[in-house]
Structures are given as C-alpha cells and as structure tokens.
Design a protein around this ligand. Structure first.
Ligand SMILES: C[S@@+](CC[C@H](N)C(=O)[O-])C[C@H]1O[C@@H](n2cnc3c(N)ncnc32)[C@H](O)[C@@H]1O
Length: 220
C-alpha cells in the first residue's frame, strides 16, 4: 500500500467527517509560513482527539507538545463549559506562533500555554490536577515520564493518549536501539504491569506515515 493512498484516504475522511474549518486551516498555514515542521496531527487524528475528550466530558486537559497549537485547538473545542486546557511547549518561537493561532481561534481564555521543558513545568501544575484528558506529543524520549506524571495526576475515568508510539513498526523490533523507540517500548512495558490503567495501542497510517496511538483509561 502506497503512502499516497493513505494521504488520499485522509483527505477523503477530512472532507466528510473531520472537516478542518478556516481557523484550523489558518493555523496550519501560519505554522508553515513561520517555518515550523509539519508534524502536527492530521485532521482525522485531531477529530479523534476531539471525540475522545468530548465523550468523557473533559473539563481539564493537559497537552505535552504544542507546536503551532493545531491539536490544541481541536482539543480545546471539546472542552465542556468552564473547561481549561494547559499546553506545554519548549520552543519559544513555536509558542509565539501557537499563541497567535490560539487567539485567532478565540480560545485565549481557555488555553493556558506554558513555555519551557515540560519536565521543568510539571511541578507548577500540581494545583491544576486532576486532569480528565492528557495528550502526550512532545519529545518522544520522555513519553514514559510524561505518562507516569499524567497517571499520578488524573482522575479515575480519565484518558491518556500518547502519539507516535509505533514508529514505523520499530516498536516491535527488539534490535532497535533508537532512544525514541526504546522509550515507547518502556512505556508499553510499564503500562502492561500498571494496574491503575487499561490500555491499548492502535496502529495508524495516513498523511503522516505509519505510526500509532496508545490510549489508556485511568481505572483508579
Ligand atoms: C509533534 S510536535 C507537537 C504537535 C502538536 N501536538 C500538534 O499535533 O499540533 C512536538 C512538540 O513538542 C515540543 N517539545 C519538544 N521537546 C519538548 C519538551 N521537553 N517540553 C515541551 N515541549 C517539547 C516541540 O518543540 C514540538 O513543538
């Protein structure tokens, strides 16, 4: 199967079920114009995040990795009334672009964008807990640490979603010594023995290539 087919199906789905409105399109364009890497989630993936967050009535969302705030906008739109989303971004230049995109989306009163390395920012977030929904999409080497923190600061019934865990199938390659792959293996091994969560990983193909999401439900 060709990657061009995956992209065509993404476009088909986006055109019918995961429509990207003018605000989201403008966010992508502004990010491109500012030279940000095009590594945001696809429209169908953004819609999936939106649906998952909405289906649990999320009021407090935490996001690791803002980039230009594309996934942030999808997620913030899923918040129930009086909801709040905190998103963490290490690169101040990306954060500037994200801030403008969040403002254009009319979400500046809802989204709290914090700039810095996520691990440094986390201690200040303790007062914001418990979170209902966490999206992990920053530096992949730290995904296990972000997951552990999110689990300790989530309510029962919360969801934690981690992106890019399959890494073109390298997740299942024991010979891989790529630190990003090793981190995803560590994440899976930890979650496998963690009785506070029930989780699965779904492989994804699309305009963003071959990868996958881990979705974990916090049981207690
Ligand atoms: C894949 S992109 C996020 C894409 C975004 N979630 C979306 O779908 O629109 C990863 C982002 O994480 C940021 N990042 C990398 N290391 C980080 C860290 N230690 N703390 C916070 N953000 C980090 C990168 O600068 C980049 O913007």
């Amino acid at each position: 199967m060709m990657e061009s087919t995956w992209s065509a199906v993404d476009a088909y789905v986006a055109g019918r079920l995961a429509h990207e409105d003018a605000v989201l399109t403008a966010a992508v364009r502004a990010s491109e114009d500012a030279g940000l890497p095009p590594i945001q989630v696809s429209p169908p993936q953004g819609k999936l995040l939106y649906l998952l967050a909405r289906s649990i009535g999320a009021r407090r969302i935490l996001e690791f990795g803002t980039l230009g705030a594309y996934s942030t906008i999808w997620l913030a739109r899923a918040l129930s009334e009086d909801g709040r989303l905190i998103t963490l971004e290490a690169d101040p230049r990306y954060a500037d672009v994200a801030r403008a995109n969040i403002s254009r989306a009319g979400l500046e009163g809802v989204v709290d964008l914090r700039v810095g390395a996520a691990l440094d920012l986390l201690p200040d977030l303790r007062e914001e807990r418990p979170f209902d929904f966490t999206f992990i999409d920053a530096d992949k080497e730290n995904s296990p640490a972000y997951f552990a923190w999110a689990l300790d600061h989530s309510r029962p019934g919360a969801l934690i979603v981690a992106d890019n865990v399959v890494r073109e199938g390298a997740l299942a390659d024991p010979a891989s010594d790529d630190p990003k792959v090793l981190a995803q293996r560590q994440l899976h091994e930890t979650v496998a023995t963690e009785d506070r969560v029930s989780a699965t990983t779904i492989q994804t193909v699309g305009g963003k290539g071959y990868d996958g999401f881990m979705v974990a439900l916090v049981e207690r």
